[in-house]
Design a protein around this ligand. Structure first.
Ligand code: GUN
Ligand code: ZN
Length: 436
């Protein structure tokens, strides 16, 4: 690779740290007229456009008018096979799984259905400015190979895993402890750390795995370096009561996973709404992360995530859409719903905090902050170009916005896929609103 460098000129914003830890003024960098220089997929420079162009007068420059460049969004919990059950009416978690989700997931025994859904799903992510996601497949090995093959074609940074589920599920969706080990291992051997892909060991949640299967999940984590553990935790009261019945010897829900060595610094627990303080302490101690999925939590009536509790305990939190329990692929919409959930708990998340949760916090949760999540030189050139005139209302409202903080708040309240002008992955344009 020795392609010429390319500059992108625009307003540019990225997070440097958690604003609740370092203070807002130290938490971000903003260039009203910025330049991002990219070579061979990596960011080489970020700074003020005029200053950088004096140093590199011959640089090829793409100018984005009335736009805002931000790091690609990072969705830390999503189910690609549930793309087709988004917006299914009227149930809470356990009935929703039985009535909508499991029937839809059964169709992923067909490789063509897997390929078609993976392609559509990735286009939706990119259309929403999401460049990295931590993704559930189904129990079928082919669901994950189809997903990874599609991500490889676009050279995306993606993490996924095959669902492990050997009990309390329909027969056509059950594996066994042994087959889940064999299938996961085969996928790991083929895809883990291939280009920008990584594998996540993915037991669905404690109720659908036998003790043998949870032990197998722990064994896989020991056998391979840098695997992730991706599962659900403490989402719904009925679910939590069920876990207590199934695992009476464990002190709480997290302790079930802990018993099988599944609570590590590469573990991501979706939801985690109803945790006790000792569970929070354990998550902080292990440096595990929570995927806060606000549109799913309100849609399924699961509850109001307690961000303040997690901050008190210094537990890492990032954002997830949880499609198809969630109602939007858009991380802007997810930021909006996170704001509303916190309001209902009498807490405010600032626009910079919401933006941090959707970008750098996701990278930190995935231990990828040296590669993605902000626009520091040396990182991978994954970014989204937001359109500051995406809709007449956004354009009208932004006329009276006083600065980047207010602009950002307007974008997260009023923005969705229409606010994404284009998306770049490893320096390549992988989505453009204006493309036919
Ligand atoms: N818990 C176990 N499986 C699922 C799932 O598919 N979606 C959600 N939201 N929660 C789960
Ligand atoms: Zn989920």
């Amino acid at each position: 690779m020795n392609n010429p460098a390319v500059g992108h000129r625009s307003a540019i914003l990225h997070s440097l740290a958690d604003p609740d830890v370092v203070g807002i003024e130290n938490a971000y960098q903003y260039f009203a007229d910025g330049l991002l220089i990219i070579k061979d997929g990596l960011i080489t420079h970020l700074g003020d456009a005029k200053a950088l162009l004096q140093q590199y007068p011959a640089l090829e420059v793409i100018t984005h008018h009335n736009k805002l460049i931000v790091p690609g969004f990072i969705d830390t919990h999503i189910h690609y096979p549930q793309t087709g059950v988004i917006a299914s009416y009227g149930e809470q978690l356990l009935d929703w799984l039985e009535n909508y989700t499991f029937p839809a997931e059964a169709a992923f025994s067909d490789p063509q259905h897997c390929r078609d859904t993976a392609d559509f799903f990735l286009q939706e992510l990119l259309k929403n400015g999401t460049t990295t996601a931590l993704v559930f497949g189904t129990v079928h090995k082919t669901s994950v190979s189809a997903f990874f093959d599609a991500a490889l074609q676009l050279n995306l940074r993606m993490i996924a895993g095959k669902v492990m589920m050997d009990r309390n599920a329909p027969d056509n969706l059950k594996d066994t402890a042994q087959s889940s080990y064999d299938d996961s291992k085969a996928l790991i051997e083929t895809y883990h750390q291939k280009k920008r892909l990584s594998y996540a060991v993915t037991p669905r949640f404690a109720p659908t795995s036998s003790e043998q299967q949870l032990a197998v999940a722990g064994q896989l984590l020991k056998e391979y370096p840098e695997l992730y553990l991706h599962t659900h935790l403490s989402e719904n009261h009925q679910e939590i009561a069920w876990v207590a019945e199934l695992f009476p010897e464990r002190t709480n829900y997290l302790d079930v996973y802990d018993h099988y060595q599944l609570v590590t610094d590469r573990s991501i627990f979706a939801h985690s709404i109803h945790l006790c303080d000792s569970e929070c302490e354990r998550l902080a101690q292990a440096n595990s992360a929570i995927a806060f999925c606000p549109t799913s939590n309100t849609f399924l009536g699961s509850g109001l995530f307690n961000l303040s509790q997690m901050q008190q305990h210094k537990v890492q939190v990032a954002l997830g859409t949880d499609i198809g329990g969630g109602t939007s692929f858009s991380m802007l919409q997810t930021m909006q719903e996170a704001y509303k959930v916190c309001q209902l708990r009498s807490a405010q998340i600032s626009p910079f905090k919401a933006f941090y949760l959707a970008t750098l916090a996701g990278a930190q949760a995935l231990k990828l902050e040296d590669k993605i999540g902000n626009l520091q030189p040396g990182t991978e050139a994954d970014f989204a170009v937001l359109d500051l005139a995406a809709t007449p209302l956004i354009e009208y409202r932004l006329k009276s916005a006083q600065g980047i903080e207010e602009q950002l708040f307007v974008l997260m309240m009023l923005g969705d896929d229409r606010a994404i002008d284009s998306t770049y992955s490893f320096g390549n344009c992988v989505y453009s609103k204006s493309a036919p």
